[in-house]
Design a protein around this ligand. Structure first.
Ligand code: NDP
Length: 276
């Protein structure tokens, strides 16, 4: 991953700090979108069994000249597949759809605490990692209590926790916990699905740095130490979202952006979300 800025994971692997997310990209548009993203310079792709576009992601990867070793592919086990054996089976199906022989990162998509299966599911991920079928294992939408249970009852510390995170929901407590346990914070909906782009103070600050509000938000994430996976089906925006390494937000402007935090989610609450 020579030209790509990466972050070290707690298991010795690295991952790009900017990746390309494909949630809500329809299956019939995903191949073209991922192809355009790879051409724009993305080397990390974030999908999930739920997104029903793993096959198209795999086709774009196979079409591309980028070597497999330069790519970082993430997918996730869906809630209804949680449990030890069912997770192993779901992993096989995801890998087959993607057309890959190993995965870079496999995540538990949601903790769904009422099912009480995420510990068994995590043990399946530990097995997959021990067998060399996935390099890094992590979780998504886990809260401190869910992470603490894995730390208490399991062997491997998650490499990554992928959570909703943007200026309106900066997840300060969770990020502090991650820092203590060397877990990388990965921000989903890093742009809050576009909801903040026309809001102050982002518009004024973006002008000050001669960047767009989207670039300003993504740079804010990087300066907090987050990995980001913005989604766009628009090639010009794909390039824009990668062009965030040539400026630095001053501390007082970082604080002004932090002032936007209202703790408001745009997605479900992990404590209660059980999604089919
Ligand atoms: P994002 O915050 O990435 O926002 C995507 C939206 O912003 C799209 O409407 C896109 O429009 C628009 N956009 C992107 N770039 C720009 C730009 N430079 N200027 C203006 N508008 C822009 O939201 P997502 O919810 O898609 O999150 C990103 C990824 O996170 C997902 O694709 C998925 O991989 C992951 N995710 C994970 C979840 C989980 O539970 N683990 C939950 C939700 C998301 P357009 O495409 O039309 O260009």
């Amino acid at each position: 991953m020579s030209d790509v800025v990466t972050i070290d994971l707690n298991d010795g692997w690295t991952m790009p700090v900017v990746g390309f997310g494909v949630f809500l990209v329809p299956e019939d548009q995903t191949r073209a979108a991922v192809t355009a993203a790879l051409q724009a310079g993305y080397r990390s792709i974030d999908t999930a069994a739920l997104y029903r576009n793993e096959t198209a992601v795999g086709e774009a990867i196979s079409d591309s000249d980028v070597s497999r070793e330069d790519l970082f592919v993430t997918t996730k086990v869906w809630n209804s597949d949680q449990g030890f054996d069912s997770t192993l089976a779901a992993f096989d199906k995801s890998l087959e759809r993607l057309g890959l022989d190993h995965l870079d990162l496999y995540l538990i998509h949601w903790p769904t605490p009422a099912r009480n299966l995420y510990v068994d599911t995590w043990r399946a991920l530990e097995r997959l990692q021990a067998d060399g079928r996935v390099r890094s294992i992590g979780v998504s939408n886990f809260e401190v209590s869910n992470l603490q249970r894995l730390l208490d009852e399991c062997q491997v510390v998650p490499a990554v926790n992928q959570v909703e995170l943007h200026p309106q929901l900066s997840q300060a407590r969770l990020r502090r916990f991650h820092a203590v346990h060397d877990i990388v914070t990965e921000a989903w909906s890093p742009l809050a699905r576009g909801a903040l782009l026309a809001k102050p103070p982002l518009v004024g600050l973006a002008e000050k740095y001669a960047k767009t509000p989207a670039q300003l938000i993504l740079r804010w994430h990087l300066q907090l130490g987050n990995v980001v996976i913005p989604k766009s089906v628009t090639p010009a925006r794909m390039r824009e979202n990668l062009s965030i390494f040539d400026f630095e937000i001053a501390d007082d402007d970082m604080a002004e952006i932090a002032g936007m935090d209202t703790g408001t989610r745009i997605g479900p609450d992990p404590a209660t979300f059980h999604g089919a």
